[in-house]
Design a protein around this ligand. Structure first.
Ligand code: F6R
Length: 261
């Protein structure tokens, strides 16, 4: 795992956007794993800007989102399908038939999850998986005690996550109680993970995720096992990390990052 600290939220998102843009230019038919949430809104705006101003093309990209609420129609403004169409897909040259999210309205959720896993594998796996981290330590909706080897399945959301997402649903009681999520094992199968975490409210959880012991109580700690995981944080989210000096040195000195400065 490598940790990159940028001073501001905007700089952190800009670096994540630059990493994705480079991956897309290197492999135009990238299989890209996507996340939703507040953190990603800035990032998607930057990707849209790159599409409009720099000709970044999504025409051959195939995408798989991490998760979707159970019981929400695609046209529901709270669904993650709606979020993705609104923030990214409708604003770039992507072929919408190449975009995949679990179907939270499926009659048979277990079959839907198995089919989602199969589809990811049939595309040769995910090249680059974008991730945020929730206050509960989740990646996707892998709440505490998600097995490290778990696959796509239905998961009950913790009260903490319901509170985190309450503002979109008029309070925690309105938040759906279950979601379909890629498993921790599904995420670990991606060839590369790119994690973007910003804001002081995430300082505690990112310190545990990056520097704490690996535990299924905090699913994000599983990323320590991934062979190629980059975590980009702003200085507010980095404030409780012990080795900040080292992480800053990496960004300033490692050749890989010099083109991004
Ligand atoms: C959503 C997802 C979640 C979010 C996390 C952070 O698709 O995968 O794990 O990334 O809950 O959400 P925000 O950015 O809203 O704090």
């Amino acid at each position: 795992m490598e940790v990159i600290i940028r001073d501001t939220r905007e700089q952190a998102a800009a670096l994540a956007a630059a990493v994705i843009a480079k991956a897309l230019r290197d492999k135009p038919n990238l299989v890209l794993g996507l996340a939703t949430g507040r953190t990603m809104e800035t990032l998607y705006q930057l990707l849209v800007d790159k599409h409009r101003n720099e000709g970044l093309s999504f025409a051959a990209v195939r995408t798989f989102n991490l998760d979707e609420y159970i019981g929400l129609e695609a046209r529901d403004p709270h669904s993650y399908r709606y979020y993705m169409n609104h923030h990214l897909f409708s604003r770039v040259d992507i072929d919408i038939t190449n975009t995949h999210l679990p179907n939270g309205m499926a009659e048979d959720i277990a079959s839907e999850c198995a089919a989602y896993e199969y589809k990811i594998r049939s595309y040769g796996g995910i090249d680059l998986q974008l991730l945020g981290i929730g206050i509960s330590g989740h990646i996707g909706f892998n709440e505490p005690l998600s097995a490290m080897l778990s696959r796509t399945r239905a998961k009950a959301l913790t009260p903490q996550t319901q509170h985190q997402n309450a503002q979109f649903f008029g309070g925690p009681d309105g938040v759906p109680k279950r979601a379909i999520t890629m498993g921790v094992g599904t995420i670990l199968d991606s060839k590369r993970c790119l994690v973007l975490v910003t804001g002081a409210e995430k300082a505690d959880v990112i310190a545990k995720a990056v520097e704490g012991p690996v535990t299924s109580m905090i699913s994000a700690t599983a990323l320590q096992l991934h062979a190629r995981c980059t975590v980009i944080v702003d200085s507010a989210a980095a404030s409780r990390l012990e080795n900040q000096e080292y992480y800053r040195w990496i960004f300033d000195n490692e050749p890989e990052w010099q083109d991004f400065d």
